[in-house]
Design a protein around this ligand. Structure first.
Ligand code: AMP
Ligand code: TRP
Length: 348
């Protein structure tokens, strides 16, 4: 199967000589496997829905993935799988460049430089580091500590206007803005565009199926806590069937009942119906009826994605070609920003 690669459509603006006609969107996703419904509803689906409005750059952040131990073969495979999955979800190479972070060395290079300008106090406040590092701080890699600086570089290298992400990235985005503003002020030059986050109200935080007080996560040791985009209909049915609810029977949105409300939120996002419509549909019915309807919605949403994913994965040459071409296309933007940064600092 073949897809058209960057056929020079009128919305493409990736040359350094012309200013972007459309505002630039940049976002990243880790190739850590287990891509789940939270990633889809909180991020990927929004990227797809709005891709024609922007000049889009999406990045599979393999340098971020090595901040925690990961098997080499697994990392390599996950990276390709992630590319196929993003295309299967609807990212269209006519509107988007999709590349692998380590293919553009400017990310790692800028990261060293920006680390030197990042106060430790700012990184000490990052809550994601505290969650991921655990208690043994002496043995955790320093890359995990500097993770938000690399993320800031991803965004700033491309003079990004908007960063669509889930709610968990809010603090990293604030840090990115603070670092950019501080650097511009320090050197009295607009080296970086100050990016804005795009965090949707609904879907920004999909919760775990077994513990609805925690967010759905790739790294949760319990696979039943998440629906992955590659789950079979049987797995989906089992996981939704087991999803934590409560002893009440009312199918209503109620923040006090986090389990059912999370499931209803997922249903709302999949169907596009209002809360009132959904509550009316399930009035007088129980959790069993609702869970069956939710399962069906999930199976039907994921079926075409999985079908296209399998087609794309069967043509690795095409996938690798697309990733390479995208990197070549956006690299001049990153190189230009990094060079400006080095010039103002006096490097070289
Ligand atoms: P990651 O898998 O951590 O690289 O995240 C990729 C994207 O998915 C980011 O924009 C996250 O904010 C988003 N995301 C991850 N987990 C969730 C979740 N449980 N709910 C909503 N969005 C999420
Ligand atoms: N830290 C993000 C996450 O875990 C992934 C990421 C890396 C990212 N670089 C980025 C997201 C740049 C947006 C922009 O989800």
């Amino acid at each position: 199967m073949s897809i058209e690669l960057n056929p020079g459509s009128e919305v493409k603006t990736n040359t350094i000589t012309q200013p972007p006609i459309r505002k630039r969107v940049f976002s990243g996703i880790q190739p850590t496997g287990n891509t789940h419904l939270g990633n889809y509803l909180g991020a990927i689906r929004n990227w797809v829905a709005e891709q024609t409005h922007y000049d889009n750059i999406f990045c599979i952040v393999d340098l971020h993935a090595i901040t925690l131990p990961i098997d080499p073969q697994e990392l390599h495979n996950n990276t390709r799988q992630m590319a196929a999955l993003l295309l299967a979800c609807g990212l269209d190479t006519r509107y988007c460049n999709l590349f692998i972070q380590s293919h553009i060395h400017e990310h790692a290079e800028m990261s060293w430089i920006l680390n030197c300008f990042t106060p430790m106090g700012w990184l000490n406040r990052m809550t994601q580091f505290k969650t991921k590092a655990g208690t043994d701080l002496d043995s955790v890699g320093t890359g995990l500590y500097c993770y938000p600086v690399l993320m800031a570089c991803d965004i700033l290298l491309y003079q990004t206007h908007y960063v669509p992400v889930g709610d968990d990235q809010r603090q990293h985005l604030e840090l990115t803005r603070d670092l950019a503003q501080r650097f511009n002020t320090m050197y009295k030059k607009r080296v970086f565009t100050i990016p804005e986050g795009q965090i949707r109200e609904v879907g920004a935080r999909i919760m775990s199926l077994d513990d609805p007080t925690k967010k759905m996560s790739k790294s949760d040791p319990n696979p039943s806590s998440r629906i992955t985009l590659l789950d079979s209909p049987k797995e989906i049915k089992q996981k939704i069937g087991r999803a934590t609810t409560d002893s009440e029977r009312l199918v209503t949105f109620d923040p006090q009942r986090a389990g059912i409300t999370n499931l209803l939120g997922i249903y709302q996002l999949l169907t596009g119906q209002s809360q009132q419509e959904i509550e009316a549909t399930f009035a007088g019915k129980g959790y069993g009826d609702f869970k069956a309807a939710l399962t069906e919605q999930l199976v039907e949403t994921l079926r075409p994605i999985q079908q296209r994913y399998n087609e794309l994965m069967s043509d690795q040459t095409m996938l690798d070609g697309m990733l390479k071409q995208s990197a070549e296309s956006v690299r001049p933007i990153a190189a230009k920003t990094l060079q400006t940064m080095k010039d103002v600092i006096g490097l070289g």
